[in-house]
Design a protein around this ligand. Structure first.
Ligand code: AHM
Ligand code: MG
Length: 332
């Protein structure tokens, strides 16, 4: 994998910290993939007794995957700190390891409510750079992480499905690899993923429809009316409950994904987390030719003010996202 990336990105060839970091993230995902393969045979399914900062009961595998990513990456000298969905505070590199220039923000196992039922889950990651000189990780403060998504040096995800795919962008296209488990290596399968501009497939948890804003509600109603309604085409609907799986499908064959604000929790912008879910996925979506918005602005331009901040997410095929923003947002 790294051979291809270093050929494509001259900057990577001269940056041992970044290339080691990417290599080790990929290695962590391979380990997680192997664990998931065995499922109950490893006694790793089911809930733990812990509740995370989001107030959600952690699956055993949330914790295991989190530890794998930390332990594979904390000693390599590339990182100043890490932020995870599963940890309340950010993680500082221990004193006995070298501090590097980069920050890793991640969701170790996205869609983890799907693990026990053998449906695809994933790991999402975002890489930022520390924008000031620090001597060691002790000097790190949460403000160092609070950068908009446009600052991402790289972002990507692994999807653990029928195949394990590793998808990454360093800002010059989206590159996709499949894990060859016999050869224990990631093989390039798509050098430059591009999603269709048009779609007739939408993805939203419609059990929340009574809590939606009017413009989302009306858009989905019109999708359901199909060729009899104003959109004049029939739509299909898919919702896996794993953002990684839904977004991977959309990048591969087009679609629109929505997890908008809803009135169940009126004071938060949405369910998904900005720094390690919405930002990295938006980076990938934009690099594949799509659009990612929170309804008001480009997700990548949101200035974060807390590590576990949430965001409303509307992303996917450009013509469809624009249709929603232009024709519905301001009309209803
Ligand atoms: P998680 O990170 O705790 O797994 O939560 C995020 C997941 C996304 O992958 C998915 O899009 C969404 O939650 C599904 O939520 P819901 O169960 O409300 O449909
Ligand atoms: Mg998640």
């Amino acid at each position: 994998m790294l051979e291809f990336l270093s050929e494509k990105y001259t900057s990577l060839r001269n940056d041992a910290q970044l290339s080691n970091l990417i290599q080790n993230i990929a290695k962590s995902c391979q380990k997680i993939s192997n664990l998931l393969d065995k499922g109950d045979l490893n006694n790793v399914l089911g809930k733990s007794e812990n509740i995370n900062i989001q107030g959600e009961v952690q699956a055993k595998l949330d914790i295991i995957a989190n530890n794998i990513i930390i332990n594979e990456n904390n000693f390599i000298g590339s990182l100043a700190g890490l932020v995870s969905e599963e940890m309340d505070c950010f993680y500082k590199i221990p004193d006995n390891y070298k501090t590097g220039d980069y920050l890793l923000l991640f969701d170790p196992l996205d869609g983890s409510s799907n693990i026990d039922v053998n449906i695809s889950v994933g790991t999402i990651f975002s890489i930022l750079k520390v924008h000031r000189k620090i001597k060691n990780s002790k000097e790190l403060i949460s403000n160092d992480f609070l950068q908009p998504g446009i600052n991402q040096i790289a972002a990507g995800y692994a999807i653990y499905g029928p195949q394990t795919s590793f998808v990454i962008s360093l800002g010059n296209g989206v590159h996709s690899f499949i894990l060859d488990k016999e050869e224990k290596r990631l093989v390039l399968t798509n050098e430059s993923m591009k999603m269709p501009k048009d779609t007739n497939e939408f993805s939203i948890n419609s059990s929340n429809s009574r809590y939606w804003d009017k413009f989302i509600y009306n858009y989905v109603q019109d999708c359901l009316r199909g060729s009899d309604g104003p959109l004049s085409k029939n739509y299909n609907m898919r919702w896996t409950g794993s953002m990684v799986a839904d977004v991977h499908r959309i990048i591969t064959r087009g679609g629109i994904f929505l997890y908008p604000w809803d009135s169940r929790n009126p004071n938060i912008p949405g369910k998904l987390r900005l720094m390690y879910e919405a930002n990295p996925m938006s980076f990938i979506v934009e690099q594949a030719g799509g659009i990612a918005s929170d309804g008001n602005k480009r997700i990548l331009e949101i200035l974060p003010n807390e590590l576990h901040q949430r965001a409303s997410v509307i992303l996917g095929s450009s013509n469809e996202v624009n249709r929603l923003l232009d024709c519905y947002l301001n009309t209803y």
